[in-house]
Design a protein around this ligand. Structure first.
Ligand code: B3K
Ligand code: ZN
Length: 855
């Protein structure tokens, strides 16, 4: 495959100020007529080149005249037409078969609907067009379809006209006044019902909001609607950004390659991020709906009004928009818990990516397939970079800087460099060194050591940073990072206040005076920089912070570090004092000043994967055994506490209040420990919770707890769950996912069985992720020493690649982490990668991920 490089960017040869599209829709045979006004950009004589993917032109016209076969050509799928003048009108006609489109890119059919997905390069599967984000065009779209089958016809912008036609067909016209890149084009046709409400913007304009779903799903749309209104109000209040069209529509579809898509005025969503009710959605699902609705809405400014010049700038819109949605969700709920969750995701997904063969900078230098770069690095690390800038600037200067960015680049296709410059000018700061964060891959490690001098009553903090090499980047330069720090008096339990340390050198010393006794260091509070901090704080100091730190993230972190030390010690066969861990857990649960959601986060043992990340070589079996043993011990020694917490957090009726959500979270932690304790009634308590729950949070977590061990209750609960939800795809996904993620000795065999289950299908990405995505993230099961887990995932990748390469490629990274495992496992993993690579006709998507991973 061809490698695309950032440094090769050239402005487009031809611009397309306007495009008229006419769709005659039909699942088997859709006719697309496009009329483009094209203008030559600069003095050159290069032909017009319109990208195409699996398209054959039925007709090509220039300025109204049909061209003969010799007057155009097809090169690598693209339609190439030499044109004489500075401006022309080009018309093409193509035919599509949406029902045959299993890639879910371009125009496709999903559950009786016709819908589109264009980002990144799907528009070229719909019509011939210069498919790059720096071509901004005004769209006018006419849709025509069978009225009975497709009564609703939607596209971007505002609806203008509609009418009926003979033969039961009808049509509608949509005009989008805002010039946009083609990746934001969308259409939907189908039999949809609408949850319709209105929002009045800050300047007093009424916007008609519509959430379109299958009729039966209407009752499950109210949370998404509330989230949409809250996001609109939040963006006005926090960023001064107002919505700009008269309508804002969202459509939920069942078959979707990722979460959702921010098409201008017509967001299309994976239904799992729209539909929610107490019967089927967990609290995490509710939060997911709120976060993704907000994310896509916020793209209207960070992405649509200001878009990306090229795909190397993807984090310009994604990192910034993730940062915005994270802060929105924090404002809607708990800042402390949201930060903990976001850091957990960053560490689990981005730190792993950054330490493996697929590591890449936030602004990559090259790609084979851009779809492979919708990564945790672009999204989550990108968001962390914005967070650091916002921290360095403070709220007022950050707001001045984003105002400048939006004003300066409104209507443009911008770059990360444009963004940084706006931050510098609007925020009055020099980001010269900070820019390295965009160029350099890899997670920096910061060593912090504190020495106390009782004579001068001072402490010296030495910070040393280094970033390990990543593919193609052997040498790393020091980064500029803001580290929030505080020193605590170990007797009073109070700190002398927080300071922001700017680490810019490889090694830096900071001196603090007025400490008669050595203080306890709290550093990277709030996870102010996305780095790994290594301190050699004792278990006693960590326990102190776990009890006294006034930064909730730091407090959580101290708990995690305490537990990690105990677990890594166990794996290494060392005698580590675990009483500090047990005491810290007990004290945290009993602390009356802490809210339940925070307590639940803080007392949770780190995941097996996270423990593995702390070790030079991952031993999945030993890690599993160590975590299991510690969990059992905590369960046993505090058994009365878990019984008490489990009983007292039982709710009287369902509510989505923060307190109720927190209580459910804590209740589930208590259940996990209670069952882990080995108490004989563990499975019955879990089964009762499963059976009596009036909400999915408690039901699914009880099921997940039961799924870990052999018991009659396990089998009964799985059967009940299946029979109750077999007709609801999103909930049935949970049935697959819970089993694939279970810490059960037979998981690998069970996953094989489930892959043959009549309800399993490769055609639906949610189902694939529920089974194979969850399984590949289940460290103990996936890395079964037989290698069977690797084989199952590789089989899935090979089969899925023929249907849906994008989703297939997303399953590759877990196999690519072979360097972190013992020789036998590494050989088995590489063997599977090689087997995948030897398949004939492998997609560009999978080829890129596998070839980078196998070396
Ligand atoms: N921008 C889309 C992601 C498109 C992914 C294409 N492979 C959703 C989002 O980030 O909001
Ligand atoms: Zn996004």
């Amino acid at each position: 495959p061809i490698v695309v490089r950032r440094r090769d960017y050239r402005p487009p040869d031809w611009l397309v100020p306007t495009i008229d599209l006419d769709f005659s829709l039909d699942p088997a045979r859709t006719i697309v007529r496009a009329s483009l006004s094209v203008t030559r950009n600069g003095g050159h004589d290069r032909p017009l080149r319109l990208d195409g993917d699996e398209l054959t032109p039925i007709e090509v016209k220039v300025d109204g005249r049909a061209l003969g076969p010799g007057e155009w050509s097809i090169e690598q799928g693209a339609l190439v037409i030499p044109l004489p003048g500075p401006a022309h009108q080009v018309e093409t006609v193509v035919e599509l078969a949406p029902e045959q489109n299993s890639k879910l890119m371009g125009l496709y059919a999903s559950g009786g609907l016709l819908c589109t997905q264009c980002e990144a390069e799907g528009f070229r599967r719909i019509t011939f067009f210069p498919d790059r984000p720096d071509i901004l065009s005004r769209y006018s779209v006419r849709l025509e379809a069978d009225q009975a089958r497709y009564p609703i016809l939607l596209s971007n912008g505002d609806p203008t006209e509609q009418g009926e036609l003979p033969d039961g067909r009808h049509w509608a016209k949509w005009i989008d006044p805002f010039p946009k890149p083609c990746y934001l084009f969308a259409l939907v046709a189908g039999d949809l019902a609408c949850n319709s409400e209105s929002f009045v913007t800050m300047s007093g304009r009424a916007v008609k909001l519509g959430i379109w779903v299958k009729e039966a799903d209407l009752p499950r749309t109210s949370h998404a609607m509330q989230a949409l209104k809250d996001s609109m109000a939040w963006d006005e209040r926090v960023y001064g950004r107002e919505y700009d069209l008269d309508v804002f529509n969202i459509v939920a579809v069942a078959d979707f390659n990722f979460g959702a898509m921010e098409n201008k005025g017509l967001n299309i969503f994976n239904s799992r991020y729209i539909l929610a009710d107490a019967e089927t959605a967990t609290d995490a699902d509710y939060d997911g709906v709120e976060g993704v609705v907000a994310h896509e809405y916020f793209h209207n400014w960070s992405g649509n009004r200001v878009t990306c010049r090229d795909w190397f700038q993807l984090s310009l819109k994604e990192g910034f928009t993730v940062f915005r949605d994270q802060n929105f969700s924090a404002d809607m709920g708990s800042h402390a818990v949201k930060r903990i969750e976001d850091v957990r995701v960053l560490r689990a997904a981005q730190f792993q990516e950054d330490s493996g063969p697929l590591a890449h900078p936030v602004r990559p230098e090259s790609y084979m397939e851009i779809s492979n770069f919708y990564t945790a690095t672009i999204y989550n690390k990108g968001a962390e970079l914005i967070r650091m800038i916002a921290l360095m600037l403070g709220p007022d200067r950050f707001r001045a800087a984003t105002d400048l960015y939006f004003e300066r680049h409104d209507g443009e296709a911008a770059t990360c460099e444009d963004f940084i410059r706006a931050m510098e000018e609007g925020g009055r700061i020099d980001l010269t060194q900070f820019r390295r964060w965009y160029e350099q891959a890899g997670t920096p490690r910061v060593r912090a050591s504190l020495t106390h001098d009782p004579i001068t009553q001072s402490v010296e903090l030495v910070l040393e940073q280094n970033t390990p090499p990543t593919p193609g980047q052997p040498d790393k330069a020091p980064l500029a990072m803001p580290l929030r720090a505080a020193l605590f008096d170990r007797h009073s339990g109070r700190s002398s206040g927080e300071t922001l340390l700017m680490l810019t050198e490889e090694q830096q010393r900071f001196t603090f005076n007025g400490f008669a006794v050595a203080p306890v260091l709290s550093i990277n509070r709030g996870f102010s920089a996305p780095v790994i901090v290594e301190t050699s704080r004792s278990q006693a100091d960590l326990a102190f912070l776990a009890a006294h730190d006034d930064d909730p993230f730091a407090r959580y972190e101290a708990m995690q570090q305490l537990m990690v030390n105990a677990l890594v010690g166990r794996v290494a066969g060392q005698e580590v004092d675990e009483t500090a861990v047990i005491a810290a857990i007990r004290d945290t649960v009993n602390d009356p000043h802490l809210d339940s959601a925070f307590i639940a986060e803080a007392i949770r043992l780190p995941s097996e994967a996270y423990i593995g990340d702390q070790m030079v070589q991952v031993d999945p079996d030993d890690i599993h055994a160590a975590r299991d043993a510690l969990q059992r011990r905590v369960g046993k020694e505090l058994e009365p506490l878990w019984r008490d917490v489990h009983a007292r957090t039982r709710a009287n009726g369902f509510s989505l209040s923060a307190a109720a959500k927190g209580a459910r979270k804590l209740r589930n932690s208590a259940l996990i420990y209670l069952v882990a304790s080995g108490a004989v009634d563990g499975p019955t308590v879990a089964f009762s919770q499963f059976d009596e729950a009036d909400n999915m949070t408690e039901r699914q977590s009880a099921l997940a707890t039961l799924a870990n061990d052999r018991s009659d209750e396990r089998e009964a609960a799985l059967d009940i769950f299946y029979n109750r939800y077999r007709d609801d795809a999103l909930t049935l996904d949970k049935w697959f996912q819970t089993q694939a993620f279970a810490s059960h000795p037979d998981t690998v065999d069970l996953v094989e069985e489930l892959a043959g289950h009549p309800d399993f299908t490769l055609a639906n990405p949610n189902r694939v992720r529920s089974l194979f995505g969850a399984f590949a993230g289940n460290q103990w099961a996936f890395h079964h020493r037989s290698g069977k887990g690797y084989r199952l995932v590789a089989d899935c990748i090979i089969a899925l690649d023929k249907l849906n390469p994008q989703t297939a490629a997303r399953l590759v990274p877990p196999l690519g982490r072979w360097r972190r495992f013992d020789e036998e496992r590494a050989a088995l993993m590489r063997g599977e990668l090689q087997r995948i690579l030897s398949q004939p006709g492998l997609s560009k998507d999978v080829t890129e991920q596998v070839s980078k991973s196998v070396e």
